[in-house]
Ligand binder design. Structure first.
Ligand code: 4AD
Ligand code: MG
Length: 430
């Protein structure tokens, strides 16, 4: 018989049951102890009274501390006033361990203290709400991919070459030859797309980002998706349909977590395809009108994105970037090779880029020429060029940064809370 959990007790009210978990909070009043009890699936108020459990058990119960582990037996009743909506009249209890004094208390802690105690901080209601929303986003993304014909083909993490430039590579020793942690699975995914027509991967990716911002991790999760015979416009349609469906499904499934986070979900409710499109050159004009010093040819950085997102209350695509600020594989715009068929999907409310996507170059000669311009070791990419030798096909794809989506949906002001154990420029521990 598996352990009964708080999430299952609705059908068991009025019965005597046993639950196992931890003390979330404690309050005593004479011969009664109120235990806020959590088991990871929910919260329950437990009432331990000396009359019901007897002197000996009551004295034991009085030794409980915050986060002590224990099992409780008693009859559960619904009670809307109780935290969690249920109350247990305890008839017996068994202490598994009386926890040492818990370092995370009710007083305000600084960010560094909380991050040093991330392994414990994870148990707090706010952190569990965020991680449940993260779990739901992953689930809904995978569901959407499957329902839309994308086959999961995970790509390697140890790679001999780079995908997104050489400045953010993590290098490691692979039995005497250098290897790099993957920055994106895209190039490999292009190969599996020739096998399946539509493919995706979803896994950790790595970038030695030297920037200390609220949205950069050095290890983050990316969903790359790629589709054969889909052009630049079709690629954006796939993204907007996926994001609309995922946002609406996550909102519906995790209402109570959004409420706990006090997240104003009105912007999220407006996330419905189609999303506006804004060409890079028009974005530059708009930014200049807003007083930003950007010039044509400059990259659109975090500050510029922030300004632009104020102009929209839904996600929107930034498109047709200058070729020089993008990677080697971006298909040039027809008749205007200075601009490429790439798009960034920007989330509103100041969040900015959550997805980067593009139509890929499928012409062998053009791709070879671009690789030379980008000073890439062409010989190491022969397998990638093979995709243009044996039945080359127009194709497009994108990469979604999971933590960026979690931060946006949860309304977080820093990406560090969006992943269980964040890896940042200045943080490798715990
Ligand atoms: O825009 P990026 O660099 O695109 C690629 O890597 C393509 N190869 C993806 C593809 O087309 N299959 O990264 C994709 C997304 C970004 O939009 C952003 O959401 C996220 O990955 N991202 C990061 N998230 C957290 N920390 C970082 N350091 C990130 N760098 C990128
Ligand atoms: Mg990008």
């Amino acid at each position: 018989m598996p352990t009964l959990r708080i999430s299952d007790i609705a059908e068991r009210t009025g019965e005597e049951i046993t639950l196992k978990g931890w003390v979330a909070n404690l309050r005593s009043s004479g011969s009664i102890l109120f235990v806020q009890f959590r088991d990871g699936s929910g919260l329950l108020q437990a009432i331990v009274s000396k009359d019901a459990v007897g002197e000996e058990l009551f004295q034991q119960a009085k030794t409980l501390t915050i986060e002590s582990s224990l099992s409780l037996t008693g009859v559960v009743q619904q009670d809307d006033r109780a935290p969690g909506g249920y109350e247990m009249q305890v008839s017996a209890l068994h202490i598994v361990q009386v926890g040492q004094e818990y370092p995370i208390g009710k007083k305000e802690h600084g960010v560094d203290f909380l991050m040093d105690h991330r392994h414990l901080w994870l148990r707090s209601p706010r952190q569990t709400a965020i991680l449940r929303i993260r779990d739901e986003i992953i689930w809904q993304l995978r569901k959407w991919m499957k329902e839309n014909g994308f086959v999961l083909t995970d790509t390697p993490i140890l790679t001999p070459t780079s995908c997104e430039g050489t400045t953010t590579l993590f290098e490691t020793d692979y039995f005497g030859e250098p290897a790099y942690l993957a920055q994106s699975g895209q190039l490999y995914l292009e190969a599996t797309t020739a096998a399946f027509g539509r493919a995706y991967d979803f896994g950790p990716t790595f970038r030695a980002e030297k920037s200390k911002t609220r949205r950069h991790l050095t290890e983050f999760w990316m969903l790359d998706a790629e589709a054969a015979f889909v052009d630049f416009a079709g690629n954006m349609e796939i993204q907007e349909q996926m994001i609309s469906a995922v946002v609406q499904n996550v909102l519906r499934e995790r209402q109570s977590d959004f409420a706990l986070l006090e997240r104003d979900t009105s912007f999220l409710e407006k996330v419905k395809a189609p999303f506006p499109r804004l060409r890079y050159d028009d974005a530059v004009k708009k930014l200049q009108e807003l007083g930003n010093p950007i010039k044509v040819g400059d990259d659109i950085g975090a500050d510029e994105e922030m300004l632009l997102t104020k102009e929209y209350d839904t996600p929107f695509f930034l498109t047709h970037f200058p070729a020089a600020i993008k990677g080697f594989y971006f298909q040039p715009e027809e008749g205007n090779p200075e601009r490429v068929l790439g798009s960034d999907l920007l989330a509103p409310e100041g969040y900015g880029e959550i997805i980067g996507g593009a139509q890929r170059i499928h012409d062998l000669a053009l791709l070879e020429q671009k690789m030379k311009e980008y000073k890439l070791p062409v010989k190491d990419y022969q397998w990638y060029l093979d995709l243009r030798r044996y039945g080359s096909f127009p194709h497009s794809g994108f990469g979604l940064g999971l933590e960026r989506v979690v931060a946006w949906m949860c309304g977080l002001d820093h990406v560090r809370e969006s992943i269980p154990f964040p890896r940042l420029l200045t943080r490798l521990r715990p």
